[in-house]
Ligand binder design. Structure first.
Ligand SMILES: [Zn+2]
Length: 295
């Protein structure tokens, strides 16, 4: 066997690794793909990531945050107010997700039935809020002066609850799994890390942003419908995101600036959604109040 032939075989082997990975990636993508009934859009969530697993991860993360931050007592006036807003939003989830799914000729999966909701206000200057899988919600006191009113707080919380309902975390985990495997395959094929990075980013991988633009748009829509249906004023969303944008100009707060669409395009999208939000308000406001709240 001469040198030249050995070299060729090695090259062949490398290509095989990439082809194998590409084949696996396609199979993985297709076999884990489904249509989200609420958005009507395709999603890829690894079937091995169960909602229970996500929920326990959410709980662990929540407990850690509560240890690290300064939670306000549950009976503090602000805690009561924020919890009251959350209860109304949560109560509107069944009707809103049913109605949105029906628009796509589908049925909502009612993932919220498996949630154990909890709401905590954290004493912090951060302009932030989140809802972890399983329904663990936190609102930072720094958000309140920017939000200014319960309607705007409801818009932000609705948006965060929507991320959890739409399993955006599991979608990111799925992407992360494939991305890791791609890196291993790339390294095994002898591709240098620079080339690998550019190939990955060409396919939209390797993004450091916590939420993709598409997920933000989806969370805005579902969140706005939840807020409107729970009798909050969806029109509070436009000035809210304008204030948020001004706040984030100097120092970018976690969930709402660099990771989120620019205020301009977001506000346009929201204005586009407004007639629908007002229709949902007219239809569901009132029903939600009697549907029961948090455990
Ligand atoms: Zn978001």
């Amino acid at each position: 066997m001469n040198q030249n032939r050995v070299g060729q075989r090695r090259g062949g082997l490398r290509l095989w690794v990439l082809l194998l990975f590409a084949g696996y990636a396609v199979w993985y993508w297709v076999s884990n793909r489904s249509i989200d009934p609420v958005t009507g859009e395709p999603v890829v969530i690894d079937k091995n990531i169960s909602t229970e697993q996500e929920k326990s991860l959410g709980l662990q993360a929540y407990q850690q945050v509560l240890r690290q931050e300064q939670p306000l007592p549950a009976n503090a006036p602000v805690s009561r107010q924020v919890r009251g807003i959350a209860e109304r939003l949560i109560a509107s989830i069944p009707q809103v997700t049913d109605a949105l799914a029906a628009e796509h000729g589908l049925q909502a999966n009612h993932i919220e039935k498996s949630f154990d909701w909890a709401v905590t206000v954290l004493q912090s200057d951060q302009v932030n809020a989140f809802c972890l899988p399983g329904g663990k919600i936190a609102v930072y006191t720094g958000l309140l002066p920017v939000a200014q009113n319960p309607d705007a707080i409801a818009v932000v919380m609705g948006h965060e609850i929507a991320h959890a309902l739409l399993r955006h975390g599991a979608q990111r985990m799925t992407r992360g799994k494939l991305e890791q495997l791609g890196q291993v395959a790339g390294a095994a094929s002898g591709m240098d890390s620079g080339t690998l990075q550019s190939v990955m980013s060409a396919y939209g991988y390797g993004s450091a942003l916590p939420y993709a633009r598409k997920q933000e748009v989806q969370a805005d829509e579902l969140g706005l419908m939840l807020a409107a249906s729970a009798c909050f004023d969806p029109q509070a969303s436009v000035p809210l995101w304008q204030r948020m944008d001004q706040t984030s100009a100097g120092n970018a707060p976690p969930e709402f600036a660099s990771t989120h669409p620019s205020a301009g395009s977001r506000i346009q999208d929201l204005q586009h959604l407004m007639p629908k939000a007002l229709a949902y308000r007219a239809k569901f406001c009132g029903e939600a109040a009697t549907a029961g709240g948090m455990r």
